[in-house]
Design a protein around this ligand. Structure first.
Ligand code: FAD
Length: 381
């Protein structure tokens, strides 16, 4: 691999939130970018995303904040509440206080809205998004990589695998290794606010902590929808797919007896998907010649700090800016050196939160203390 070679044609594998943010950042640096996406149509799962100020700063630098504002919801507080009584273990202000502290807002957005804005901005910046392009293999060549697709081979100066937790690029780089099932599954869904009749759901980002289970609730789309993520522990995940349609009656039964804000949301829910929550050990390397990884492909994390997409967005910002400076082998080295400690720390904190939210420490007083110390440690940069 030569340092002298200045790359200009970059292929990104995966049109998820990480891949599209990177493609847009690279296009704005003057690179010619193609995105290969295996799906036949561009879409995102119908669920919410919490975008903390670190992610918002990147999206703002790409000019997306104004477009996103009309779809967003700005929560007033981040709360941890008791699953039954609703009493508060933590109530930390968001809103203006977060803007004053970090210089950017904390917003909730629908994944589909963020995805659609990214797609539109990519097209406006001449990124080619090529659908029905499943990448099957790659090979490092002199000054670039060849990319194997069904029935054809393509070429890129640089290849970036933003192809999610089941990444083919990661597998080719580091060998076959199934992701580890964490023993937790997440039910996800959205509910129209006007379908909830008997309670007023607080306009906060709320974690409802209970024994071996927790629920996250928050508003989306300017307050029209409520998003929920309901997490429970399971010994195994037998299905081949990591996502399946769940039976809402089963969901309601598992969380019956919880606080009315939770049970009323679940009562109004008409359909829900269940996700196996998987993780991977820290990878020994992120790059191989002209190829590197980004987002869930190299550091999937439990969603218990709501930082998975945010970390993919940060990766994209750092990598696009380093590549814009010139030598790509130096950029890949610096990218891993800058990003690995941060994402590894957040993976660890997300794992710790699982025990915290599921009251594994037992005492609620302990939960309160830990929540407070955690809140002070979490400072998005
Ligand atoms: P993905 O979104 O998985 O995108 C990968 C893309 O690559 C897909 O489009 C796929 O089709 C494509 N692809 C895969 N293989 C190939 C191939 N061989 N060839 C071509 N294309 C391919 N994060 C937050 O920041 N905030 C939250 O509030 C939040 N909540 C979450 C709640 C839950 C229950 C879960 C499960 C996750 C949550 N996350 C959250 C995490 C976040 O969803 C992920 O970290 C993020 O979507 C990862 O983005 P990505 O672009 O790396 O991968």
């Amino acid at each position: 691999m030569s340092n002298v070679h200045q790359p200009c044609h970059i292929v990104v594998v995966g049109a998820g939130i990480g891949g599209l943010t990177l493609a847009l950042g690279l296009a704005k640096q003057g690179f010619q970018v193609r995105v290969f996406e295996q799906s036949k149509a561009l879409s995102e799962v119908g669920a919410g995303l919490q975008l903390s100020p670190n992610a918002m700063k990147v999206l703002r630098s790409l000019g997306l904040d104004t477009a996103l504002e009309s779809h967003s919801f700005a929560p007033e507080y981040a709360c941890i509440r008791d699953y039954k009584s609703g009493s508060y273990y933590l109530r930390s202000p968001l809103g203006q206080e977060v803007i004053n502290r970090y210089g950017a807002p904390y917003w909730h957005v629908h994944r589909g809205d963020l995805h659609a804005e990214l797609v539109q901005a990519c097209y406006a910046n001449d990124v080619d998004i090529e659908l029905d392009h499943k990448v099957l293999g790659y090979r490092n060549e002199r000054n670039g990589a060849s990319i194997l697709l069904e029935g054809k081979t393509e070429w890129a100066d640089l290849l970036i695998g933003a192809d999610g937790i089941h990444s083919k690029i990661r597998e080719l780089m580091l060998g076959i290794e199934a992701p580890l099932f964490t023993g937790q599954v997440a039910w996800r869904g959205t509910v129209p606010v006007n379908a909830i009749k008997n309670v007023q759901v607080q306009p906060d980002a709320t974690v409802w902590a209970g024994p071996n289970q927790h629920v996250v609730t928050y508003y989306l789309k300017g307050g029209e929808l409520i998003n929920f993520v309901a997490v429970e522990e399971r010994a195994e995940w037998l299905q081949e797919s990591w996502r399946q349609e769940g039976d809402v009656k089963d969901l309601r039964q598992k969380f019956s007896g919880w606080h009315p804000e939770v049970t009323e949301i679940l009562a109004a829910c008409e359909s829900s998907f269940v996700w196996a929550l998987n993780s991977r050990p820290t990878l020994s390397k992120w790059s191989d010649g002209a190829v590197t990884l980004l987002g869930d492909a190299c550091h999937p994390m439990l969603p218990f700090m709501a930082q998975g997409a945010a970390m993919a967005i940060e990766d994209a910002y750092v990598l696009a800016n380093l590549l814009g400076k010139g030598s790509f082998s130096q950029a890949f080295n610096d990218y891993e050196a800058i990003r690995k400690p941060r994402v590894t720390a957040i993976q660890q904190l997300s794992r710790e939160n699982a025990g915290l939210y599921h009251m594994h420490g037992g005492l609620t007083g302990q939960l309160k203390l830990k929540a407070l110390s955690l809140a002070s440690r979490y400072a998005p940069s």
